[in-house]
Design a protein around this ligand. Structure first.
Ligand SMILES: NC(=O)c1ccc[n+]([C@@H]2O[C@H](COP(=O)([O-])OP(=O)(O)OC[C@H]3O[C@@H](n4cnc5c(N)ncnc54)[C@H](O)[C@@H]3O)[C@@H](O)[C@H]2O)c1
Length: 548
């Protein structure tokens, strides 16, 4: 999801951490684990939080270390028999929330204070290093990518310090028709809500959505994918340390089926789901539409006719497609090259950049939701399409100990001719999201832009996009004829990159959610309520009129 960000501050801190962290690692007051010491012989435990208490459950789910297969984390997973305390806890929160502009407004200030403290703590090198390393253990990505996730999270918290939380609930008023009448629009909470998040950004996605839900007055039940839930468990402990009341958030570990059952029984007023389109569509039906979605991304980049800065553009393509082993929902899944780019050395450069990626530093690593076989099978099917060819990759990683339940392939690119992509029997296959280091590359001739736009029109997921060109008319043409919710345009355009300072989310779907900005928080976590004051006085000599 998130890409190349400015890491200036953190680089300095990272340099500092390298010699200072081992000294601090044992003294983080909130933490119950040490990121580097979790192992098969010293497995970590992850608990649930309900009604203010950390609890175990009747069973443990064992998580395998994605790098060596050791059973290194035990998650106390709630099964269908254990859901009642969570259902009851949500039921205790009224529809009008824990706070709203007419109720307990001091909570807006309290949450501003908690956020100030949390932003400060997360800025400490020993704390950011702890979370970056913990992220790396469960969702292996390079240290810089993991630290980037922590950095965006910390900057987000900085944005909502002090009075910024109450400013989110800013209202407006309009004069009425007669003396004493005024209408006021308020941002109103939903009350009991649920947040479900995937494995790929273990800190950023759940934390940003959780804080947004709290800010607007809701009581959230949070469920993070069990493979990575240890990160948010530790973050909740940090938030408690910063003054967040323990009853404000419930945290559950379970499989998808159990969570589905909780949603049906507890019937939260709103659920925010981030994950695959398959589960998103199921939940949308089950919850009768009381849901907002951040679902699959089949993200595209179009290189316009003006070839320039080849080295830079190739580097951005490599980062977009293969950083975090392609497991960002914003990862570049399809690259459309203008024929001028096809004649350039772009593909050669891209091949060289992809070859630099190494398991040693996790610039390439395990794929957590697809096996090696599944990805290579998909590639074989693509290669059966007329005119398609393997550009690079297409092989299993060498000398690895990644367990077979996960995937391990080299950064891969498959070329498929544009005309073939548009054929009905190929379209679905070619545009299937492969959540791993895998992209489709194609070429369009000067007069074939309408065909490219046609490919985009047929897609069902409209998350991120990039239009790489310095020609304003070209940018206008592509942006004006497409939909994606987060679109980068210009010479430096990328598909990945979801810093806290811009909206990130899909467009073209009324259920689409957003993350990061004040607008995203208000849209996802509050609804509009209008209060019309009509206090009088009555007009002098008022008499009862005829009925109408
Ligand atoms: N749009 C975004 O912002 C965004 C961000 C990250 C990931 N993604 C997408 O997420 C997908 C990868 O994540 P994944 O494979 O872990 O997704 P997934 O849909 O399998 O799982 C996501 C979460 O839903 C839970 N879940 C599964 N079935 C459920 C059910 N029936 N009821 C309730 N909860 C259920 C899982 O346990 C997990 O916590 C990709 O498609 C990617 O594009 C989207």
């Amino acid at each position: 999801m998130y890409g190349i960000i400015t890491l200036r501050n953190f680089r300095n801190k990272a340099a500092f951490t390298s010699f200072s962290c081992s000294r601090f690692a044992h003294s983080l007051p909130f933490a119950t684990v040490k990121a580097e010491e979790i192992s098969g012989s010293q497995p970590a435990e992850v608990l649930n939080l309900v009604q203010g208490n950390w609890t175990k459950s009747s069973g443990w789910n064992t998580i395998l270390d994605p790098l060596n297969g050791e059973s290194f984390i035990k998650v106390a997973e709630v099964d269908e028999k254990g859901i009642q305390p969570f259902v009851e806890s949500l039921a205790r929160c009224p529809k009008h929330g824990l706070h709203n502009p007419f109720k307990a407004p001091e909570r807006y200030l309290m949450l501003g204070d908690v956020t100030t403290k949390a932003a400060y703590k997360l800025s400490l090198p020993e704390v950011s290093d702890f979370f970056a390393k913990l992220i790396q253990r469960v969702a292996p990505k390079s240290y810089q990518q993991a630290l980037g996730e922590v950095y965006v999270t910390q900057k987000f918290l900085e944005n909502f310090c002090g009075d910024q939380v109450r400013f989110l609930a800013r209202s407006f008023g309009v004069p009425g028709n007669h003396l004493g009448q005024q209408s006021h629009g308020f941002r109103w909470p939903y009350g009991p809500v649920a947040i479900i998040t995937p494995f790929n950004f273990p800190l950023e996605i759940p934390l940003l959505q959780l804080m947004g839900a709290l800010y607007m007055g809701n009581k959230p039940l949070l469920k993070v994918d069990s493979k990575v839930c240890i990160v948010m468990e530790q973050m909740l402990r940090l938030l408690h340390d910063c003054g967040l009341p323990v009853e404000d958030v419930d945290f559950i570990n379970s499989d998808g089926k159990t969570m589905n059952k909780i949603l049906l029984e507890a019937s939260p007023s709103m659920t925010l789901f981030t994950g695959s389109s398959r589960v998103a569509e199921k939940l949308a039906l089950d919850l009768k539409g009381r849901i907002k979605l951040e679902d699959a991304g089949f993200d595209w980049k179009i290189l316009g006719p003006d070839v320039q800065e080849e080295d830079y553009v190739a580097w951005v393509c490599d980062q977009d497609a293969y950083a975090c082993s392609g497991q960002k929902c914003s990862a570049q899944s399809m690259l459309f090259m203008h024929e001028n780019w096809a004649k350039s050395s772009l593909i050669q450069k891209l091949t060289g950049l992809a070859a630099r990626r190494k398991l040693d530093d996790l610039t390439i690593g395990p794929v957590l939701t697809l096996t090696t076989e599944a990805m290579l099978d998909h590639m074989k099917k693509l290669l059966e399409i007329k005119g398609s060819k393997l550009l690079f990759g297409g092989e299993e990683l060498q000398n690895h100990s990644i367990p077979a339940i996960y995937g391990a392939i080299k950064p891969t690119a498959v070329f498929v001719p544009l005309e073939e992509i548009l054929k009905d029997n190929n379209y679905e296959l070619v545009t299937r999201e492969i959540f791993g280091p895998f992209q489709i590359v194609t070429e369009y001739k000067h007069d074939q832009l309408p065909l490219v736009l046609n490919v985009l029109e047929k897609m069902h997921a409209h998350l991120t996009a990039a239009v790489v060109s310095s020609d304003p008319l070209f940018l206008q043409e592509v942006i004006g004829n497409s939909v994606n919710g987060t679109t980068y345009a210009g010479l430096r355009a990328r598909t990945t990159g979801a810093p806290q300072n811009h909206w990130f989310g899909p467009a073209g779907d009324p259920r689409g959610a957003g993350i990061g900005t004040p607008e995203a928080i208000k849209l996802v976590w509050s609804c509009h309520r209008e209060v019309i004051y009509d206090i009088g006085p009555l007009p002098q000599n008022w008499k009862c009129p005829q009925p109408t």
